[in-house]
Ligand binder design. Structure first.
Ligand code: ADP
Length: 496
């Protein structure tokens, strides 16, 4: 019966102690729980706790006000606890000191000191095992709490690091996304979300991701998508095996580059054309002076030759002036048409006369294909002639030197749309890359090929042709395939 009561009491203490410990979140909570349980047996006036913080240093982590011993006075008792590694009591002048160490791996890591007003002897006889248990159990709980705190701390550090990198990535203008091997999106920064990439963009990103997985390498790409220029770059992240893709809209930079280039070309154009004026002017002046100075002594034939040269050079001057005028009309959109009825076939024949030297030089054959006897249309004859001349000279200039037979032909036929005639200039030249098709009509634009550097041109011909045809409300249709050839067509209304 006696022992049963002791067991009952032991269990009651253990369960209330466990309940107290359940709510313990901090080390100090554990000590307060211990003291609360101990107060069932002892009249504890006050208590304090000392803990070993470094390998050897001890410090007070809690001390009730009114606790009678100072830190220095307590240190010898700490030594005592370390020696005994079990609880003990020490009589003071008044009352007793309870020394309750907690152990970790057999080493004393903290000591709870209680100042008792009653004599612990009586309690000790019956409850020694309870105190032993409290000491052992507190050690376990304190160790668990420490581990729990460590886990919490490292989770906080990780969470902090994650936030740090997320903020850093979110502050970037580049849209960042991370993809796994099955092309699943695993991370995005704010810029990526803001950019709200459409299907096309996502398709390009996914292709780059696949390529990076295949090559086990980083990739980069610049691409124009629906009027925007994007720069893409990939990086393999390692473990986990994922690919980071950065994407930047570089349209503004590209536009700036284009404007700068345009400005430079424009300056070059004006300077070149001014230079070109000098040669015919100098020739005209020289011949005119010769005629003036030796007017009476010149025989008729020489005089005629001189006059012919002056005329030829004046024509050249006029052509240069027209080019300049066209350029300025293009800039100001001030081109005016002089409408008349004329035969398109005749215009092509006229152009044919003027390109003979060029055909020889570039070794290109030329033909006119038509079933029509006449193709009389209404429009500005000179301007339409200029368009045909431009299309035909381009078909010759941009020939494919690799091909054994190079040809350019003009076909004139009834349009599908009634009352119109369609003229097409077709060649088997180098063709135009798909992505440059729209741009060839921009002022000064020239497709970047090796030919561009060897073939004379300003990049204005098609821009002027388009302006002329726009004024005629005629669409230009272009078909071209790189390496195969091109075809430029337009339709004009038949004259009534
Ligand atoms: P230019 O011939 O003076 O360079 P254009 O405005 O006539 O200027 O043409 C613009 C660009 O379009 C050319 O530089 C060339 O790259 C391309 N191009 C025009 N016509 C053809 C063609 N028939 N075949 C291939 N490329 C062409």
């Amino acid at each position: 019966m006696q022992s049963e009561t002791a067991i009952d009491r032991f269990l009651t203490i253990v369960s209330s102690f466990s309940r107290e410990l359940n709510t313990a979140r901090k080390t100090l909570d554990v000590y307060h729980a211990i003291v609360k349980v101990l107060r069932r047996f002892f009249d504890i006036h006050s208590f304090c706790v000392l803990e070993q913080n470094a390998q050897t240093d001890w410090s007070t982590i809690w001390s009730d006000s009114g606790f009678p011993l100072s830190f220095e006075e307590l240190l010898p008792f700490v030594e005592l606890a370390k020696e005994r590694r079990s609880f003990s009591f020490y009589p003071l002048d008044e009352g007793h000191l309870l020394i309750l160490p907690t152990l970790k791996a057999g080493r004393v890591v903290s000591v709870l000191m209680g100042y008792l007003l009653n004599d612990p002897e009586e309690f000790l006889r019956e409850n020694e095992s309870v105190l032993g248990f409290i000491m052992f159990f507190s050690g376990l709980v304190l160790e668990n709490l420490r581990l729990y705190q460590e886990v919490l701390d490292s989770a906080t550090v990780q969470e902090g690091l994650k936030k740090y990198f997320q903020t850093m990535l979110d502050s970037m203008d580049e849209a960042i996304s991370v993809w796994d091997e099955s092309q699943r999106l695993v991370f995005t920064n704010q810029s990526y979300i803001r950019s709200d990439p459409n299907e096309k963009v996502v398709g390009i990103i996914k292709n780059l991701v696949t390529q990076s997985y295949e090559d086990r390498n980083r990739n980069s790409l610049e691409k124009e998508i629906e009027g925007h220029f994007y720069s893409f770059g990939t990086v393999l992240l390692g473990s986990p095996d994922q690919v980071l893709v950065s994407m930047e809209d570089i349209s503004n930079t590209k536009e700036l580059e284009r404007i700068k280039k345009l400005d430079q070309i424009r300056t070059e154009f004006v300077s070149n054309i001014s230079h070109e004026f000098r040669t015919p002017l100098a020739a005209i002046k020289a011949y005119a002076e010769t005629i003036r100075d030796s007017f009476s002594s010149l025989d008729e034939e020489t005089g005629q030759q001189f006059m012919m040269t002056i005329l030829e050079q004046s024509d050249h001057l006029e052509e240069l002036l027209n080019r300049l005028l066209d350029f300025s009309k293009l800039e100001n959109h001030t081109m005016h048409l002089e409408l008349e009825n004329f035969d398109l076939i005749e215009q092509v024949r006229e152009v044919e006369q003027n390109i003979q030297k060029m055909l020889e030089m570039y070794e290109v054959s030329f033909s006119i294909e038509t079933d029509l006897a006449k193709a009389v249309v209404s429009g500005d004859r000179k301007r339409i002639n200029q368009v045909i001349f431009n299309f035909v000279t381009n078909a010759i200039k941009y020939r494919d030197a690799e091909k054994p037979e190079r040809w350019a032909k003009v076909s004139i036929e009834e349009s599908e749309e009634e009352g119109k005639v369609t003229l097409s200039v077709i060649d088997n030249g180098i063709g135009i890359p798909q992505e440059c098709m729209d741009k060839v009509f921009e002022k000064f634009y020239r497709v970047d090929t090796s030919l561009t550097y060897t073939v004379e041109g300003t990049g204005l011909g098609l821009a002027v042709s388009k302006e002329i045809l726009d004024k005629h409300h005629a669409l230009i249709m272009v078909k071209s395939e790189e390496g195969k050839g091109s075809s430029f067509s337009f339709s004009l209304p038949k004259a009534e």
